[in-house]
Design a protein around this ligand. Structure first.
Ligand SMILES: Nc1ncnc2c1ncn2[C@@H]1O[C@H](COP(=O)(O)OP(=O)(O)OP(=O)(O)O)[C@@H](O)[C@H]1O
Length: 292
């Protein structure tokens, strides 16, 4: 049986007025690169806050490699990089790495230095003089230099240029392949995640709308395209997740485990972006009271 890096069971977090997360259940197996996606306010940062122990659950539980966060601080082996980068502006880059080394027994200086060299960042530069994207690269080097078992990144790519995004994703994939590290990363840009992530946690309105290995999820869905039907079509045993009609054409996302044999429709496996967008549209339509 595979080790579970992160497990939420009926997890709930209530802020002063409202629930930020409710009845949230998922498992993230070790060694995966998981995409944590969902609309603004879905609860992504809340999950990360609960996993680090910065927040405490209101209901049920979250565990990181079987440890409950908060009992003894942040769980062992967990590194977290949030939207506010934990860097001291008055330090030089080299001093920031030194702080990382002094605070972490598992620190690997050479590795952290190589990540900075890849990003072409001068160790003598002051943190305060770096661009937002360069600071992100330093914060990542500090997080990865600890050689974590689980790395959680809250929108790590937001301020990186396209080449830097590719660089960062490549080094994360190499690290996962080499060490078996698990990564959970949130992003609004699904295209960034498509090539690197092999696992998905889709949150909508504080709940898990879809989760699992991406290959399995894609194989369980079919995207149909056909002429807009005159009457309500019969999709047999398959579940219609979402249907969108334009004047002439209809696009339908089905969830199914049975073979799809619908001669009036072109049927294909969706890609990750199509899958996620369909689920988001359903939730958006439910919010506005529109069924399509
Ligand atoms: N400190 C807080 N006090 C009160 N409510 C909060 C607090 N932090 C988050 N929330 C609420 O909890 C819900 C989940 O917020 P969270 O920040 O986890 O979402 P998110 O998915 O990370 O959003 P985004 O994509 O915008 O970063 C939202 O409705 C938000 O308003």
């Amino acid at each position: 049986m595979s080790t579970i890096a992160l497990e939420a069971r009926a997890l709930g977090k209530k802020y002063r007025r409202a629930w930020g997360l409710r009845d949230c259940t998922f498992q993230l197996p070790e060694g995966r690169i998981a995409a944590l996606v969902g609309p603004n306010g879905a609860g992504k940062s809340t999950i990360m806050g609960l996993a680090t122990g910065l927040l405490r659950p209101t209901e049920e539980s979250i565990e990181v490699f079987g440890q409950r966060p908060g009992d003894q601080g942040s769980p062992d082996g967990l590194a977290f990089l949030g939207q506010d980068k934990p860097l001291y502006k008055g330090f030089t880059v080299a001093e920031m790495l030194r702080a990382g080394r002094e605070l972490n027994a598992s620190w690997e200086q050479e590795y952290a230095e190589s990540l900075l060299a890849d990003a072409r960042i001068d160790p003598a530069a002051k943190i305060g003089a770096l661009s937002g994207g360069q600071r992100t690269r330093v914060a990542l080097a500090v997080a990865l230099g600890r050689r974590p078992r689980l790395l959680m990144l809250d929108e790590p790519l937001a301020d990186l240029d396209p080449l830097a995004r590719e660089d960062v994703m490549r080094s994360l994939m190499a690290e996962v392949a080499e060490t078996g590290m698990t990564v959970l990363l949130s992003s609004h840009v699904i295209a960034d995640l498509e090539e690197v992530c092999d696992h998905l946690v889709l949150l909508i309105g504080g709940k898990v709308a879809l989760t699992g290995d991406i290959d399995d999820l894609l194989a369980e869905h079919r995207l149909l395209i056909g002429a807009r039907p005159e009457s309500e079509p019969d999709f047999g045993p398959h579940t219609v997740i979402q249907r969108r009609d334009t004047q002439r054409q209809a696009t339908v996302l089905l969830r199914t485990t049975a073979p799809v044999n619908l001669p009036d429709w072109d049927s294909d496996e969706p890609n990750l972006e199509e899958l996620v967008l369909s689920y988001l549209r359903v939730a958006g339509a439910q919010e506005t009271g529109d069924s399509k």
